[in-house]
Design a binder for this molecule. Structure first.
Ligand code: ADP
Length: 332
């Protein structure tokens, strides 16, 4: 970090020196050009006094001076501009590299934490079971907690494996299923993991059989709901709304949390992006959830965006095209 600061200071000095030197040489050249012009005029006046001057020389001297002044000005401005643009592009690349480096470090830190914490909790619970003969009143909550930790570990591993697959082998796999069955399945996990939270959902009234990549859509909704729970207060409501429109499914996941500031809205879908500093951050996560949600949605031809929820919170809006309606067969 310290080395980095030294390099940045040195780079700053070098850039400032190049720009100053260039400006200085341009001014000097300009002055020299003016002096040469003045000298030429003196020589011309002497020649006139001696009666050897050609009257057209005066016009030529002035024309040459004007041409050379224009050339010095043009070249200086062009060089200053191209050097400035080059420096700006270099700095932008440098800043992007720096940001990616920091996000990678944060990711490693976060992933270690996300994997170690549930494993340590599970070990502790198993240890307790081995050492003590617990009555059902005590073993029940401990088992619930073990299942919650296992779910959390499984979610983190799912996200990691999917991230590794997403750019190479991931293919949407359309299957036929009933919308209400799928939504009930999606909500079962968060309800078990967060029994104290208010989780509500709204569906089309008619049961609907659809053919789409349900596994992909589940990853998207799971990550959005987990985030809504994570980034909103305990008493805040988390809501999933699903509507069926002519061109596909329209889904919205909203919460009553602190919301997302406008400058961050475009960046939260980037890989590893997490707002704030890893050392001070209180929420758990790896910065992969929204990246995966966006990639999977795009692979299925859909769109995802974030908006503010009134009076507070965020609202993630997903449009998921359904190209082939399922045969409206009987529910098994
Ligand atoms: P993670 O949650 O693991 O940090 P995500 O990719 O899911 O990673 O989210 C990226 C960032 O977007 C989060 O770190 C958080 O700052 C912000 N974010 C995502 N969802 C919400 C939400 N519902 N409310 C507020 N901030 C959110």
């Amino acid at each position: 970090m310290k080395e980095n600061r030294h390099v940045r200071i040195l780079a700053g000095f070098t850039i400032a020196y190049i720009l100053l030197a260039l400006s200085w040489w341009s001014v000097l050249l300009w002055q020299k050009n003016r002096q040469v012009h003045e000298l030429q005029l003196v020589v011309h006046t002497l020649r006139e006094d001696l009666g050897t001057a050609d009257p057209s020389d005066r016009v030529r001297i002035d024309q040459r001076h004007r041409r050379q002044s224009r050339m010095i000005l043009g070249e200086s401005v062009f060089m200053l501009l191209s050097i400035s643009i080059g420096i700006w592009l270099m700095l932008r690349g440098f800043m992007a590299e720096f940001r990616i480096g920091r996000q990678r470090r944060n990711f490693l830190f976060a992933i270690t934490h996300e994997l170690k914490t549930p494993v340590a909790a599970l070990r502790l619970i198993l240890d307790t079971f081995r050492r003590k003969d617990l009555p059902p009143a005590k073993s029940g909550p401990l088992l619930d907690s073990a299942i919650r930790e296992t779910d959390r570990l499984a979610d983190t591993l799912d996200n990691l494996l999917l991230t590794a697959r997403i750019s190479h082998t991931y293919q949407p796999r359309p299957e036929e299923a009933w919308l209400d069955d799928q939504v009930t399945k999606w909500m079962a996990g968060p309800k078990r993991q967060f029994p104290q939270r208010i989780l509500e959902w709204e569906l089309p009234e008619e049961p609907l059989p659809l053919r789409l990549d349900w596994a992909g859509l589940e990853v998207v909704v799971r990550n959005l709901i987990e985030n809504a729970i994570k980034y909103s207060p305990e008493q805040g409501k988390v809501m999933l709304v699903v509507r069926h429109q002519d061109d596909g499914l329209h889904l919205e996941v909203s919460d009553e949390g602190s919301g997302i500031p406008d400058p961050e809205k475009g960046r939260i879908f980037d890989m590893f992006y997490r707002s704030g500093n890893e050392d001070q951050r209180e929420t758990k996560g790896t910065g992969l959830g929204l990246y995966l949600a966006r990639e999977i949605t795009h692979r299925n031809g859909g769109t995802i965006r974030v908006a503010d929820q009134r009076p507070r919170g965020s609202r993630f809006i997903v449009h998921w095209p359904v190209h082939h309606e399922a045969s409206a067969g009987r529910r098994r």
